[in-house]
Design a protein around this ligand. Structure first.
Ligand SMILES: NC(=O)c1ccc[n+]([C@@H]2O[C@H](COP(=O)([O-])OP(=O)(O)OC[C@H]3O[C@@H](n4cnc5c(N)ncnc54)[C@H](OP(=O)(O)O)[C@@H]3O)[C@@H](O)[C@H]2O)c1
Length: 347
């Protein structure tokens, strides 16, 4: 029996609905009884209501549970208590974070996972399953690679939690990996023109989950991740980024954060074809050898539903070793190619 925590959120609900449509009966959980109980009733699933303020409190609510798929983000506040509760209760942990610190927190608990027989598998959504698989496929073709660049373009209407998480990332600034270490850089630090399958697009560097995950998957020491954005927005981001650290100040965070969240959601709804997602990646070895590929796949929230459920299936089938894993290590680097409407194009 597995648990979906955060089941009534924008993303959690989609995963719960797909699970129920497949005849699965996860325990749906969240902190608000008025939201969780009607959902569980509609989908014919059991439910549990509890808050996740401390690991001890969570662990007391995991009786009989084999694995938790944690969907209640931003994970920078909810991830570690849930991970520690899972280790305490000997329950496998999965989440849909894309936050670098949360992936690193799971990696730091690798030995505890091995000692307790618990698999720690964060970031099983759009961020980072397709990009992590792409990184691993590229690395397999150029094992001497020392540099990895990844980029993505999505056209999805983003949910409130995603917008809130994006504001948190802006507050923390940019991050890249240099010589194996995660290094702080300004937000929107670099730009490049990315040759996606559908044509070139401007993109800007962002602190995406692969800065953490791809290193664990490939051991490539230098990693940058870019998001396709229109040039006007890149200029705005660069002009205003000196204000982003203010988002860490509680009195500013609420009004300014809400303003940016609303803007991000409005903007994504206006873009909003909810069309497929495009990825690109390149590895280089510093000796003029490089390998490059593009990947076309499904819309990012749909992808998150499919990949999260595939990861839960793999973990609950006992097919993953204990300890920390990235998506490509857990599911296999070519896993992404098994999704519908997904195709890789080697350059
Ligand atoms: N990896 C990916 O590609 C990917 C894809 C989709 C989403 N995400 C991430 O997943 C997270 C959720 O996104 P969403 O769009 O589904 O957000 P959402 O609609 O706001 O849902 C968030 C859920 O988390 C719960 N929650 C938040 N903080 C909590 C806390 N401290 N304790 C207990 N429950 C808490 C909320 O419950 P209440 O309503 O009671 O606050 C709600 O059920 C975000 O961090 C987002 O970035 C990642």
């Amino acid at each position: 029996m597995w648990m979906l925590y955060g089941a009534y959120g924008h993303t959690g609900r989609r995963i719960a609905e797909e699970a129920a449509a497949r005849g699965l009966r996860p325990v749906l959980a969240g902190r608000n009884a008025a939201a969780i109980e009607p959902l569980a009733q509609r989908l014919g699933c059991p439910c549990r209501v509890f808050s996740i303020d401390s690991a001890a409190q969570i662990a007391g609510n995991l009786g009989g549970i084999e694995a938790v798929l944690h969907c209640a983000g931003p994970f920078r506040t909810t991830g570690v208590p849930m991970m520690d509760a899972c280790l305490r209760a000997k329950v496998h942990y999965l989440d849909i974070t894309g936050e670098i610190d949360v992936i690193e927190a799971a990696a730091e608990r690798h030995n505890q996972g091995i000692q307790t027989g618990v698999t720690l598998l964060p970031s099983v959504g759009f961020d980072t399953v397709p990009s992590d698989c792409l990184a691993a496929m590229l690395a397999a073709r150029l094992p001497a690679a020392t540099q990895l660049q990844l980029a993505f373009a999505t056209f999805s209407r983003i949910g409130p939690g995603t917008a809130r998480t994006m504001v948190g990332r802006m507050a923390e600034g940019g991050r890249v990996r240099v010589s194996g270490r995660i290094v702080k850089v300004p937000f929107a630090w670099k730009t490049m023109t990315v040759p996606f399958h559908s044509g070139p697009q401007q993109a800007v560097s962002i602190p995406w989950g692969d800065v953490a995950a791809a290193w664990h998957s490939t051991k490539i020491p230098n990693i940058e991740v870019y998001a396709a954005t229109d040039p006007k927005q890149i200029a705005t981001l660069r002009r205003t980024r000196f204000l982003f650290p203010l988002l860490r100040v509680p009195l500013v965070r609420t009004p300014l954060g809400l303003l940016i969240q609303r803007k991000l959601m409005r903007r994504s709804a206006a873009d909003g074809a909810d069309a497929g997602s495009s990825l690109w990646g390149r590895v280089c070895d510093g000796q003029k050898q490089s390998v490059e590929a593009t990947l076309e796949t499904v819309e990012s929230y749909r992808l998150t539903v499919l990949t999260a459920l595939a990861a839960v299936e793999k973990v609950t089938a006992g097919e993953t070793p204990p300890g920390f894993l990235t998506p490509s290590l857990a599911l296999g680097r070519e896993f992404i190619l098994s999704l519908p409407d997904t195709q890789i194009y080697w350059q």
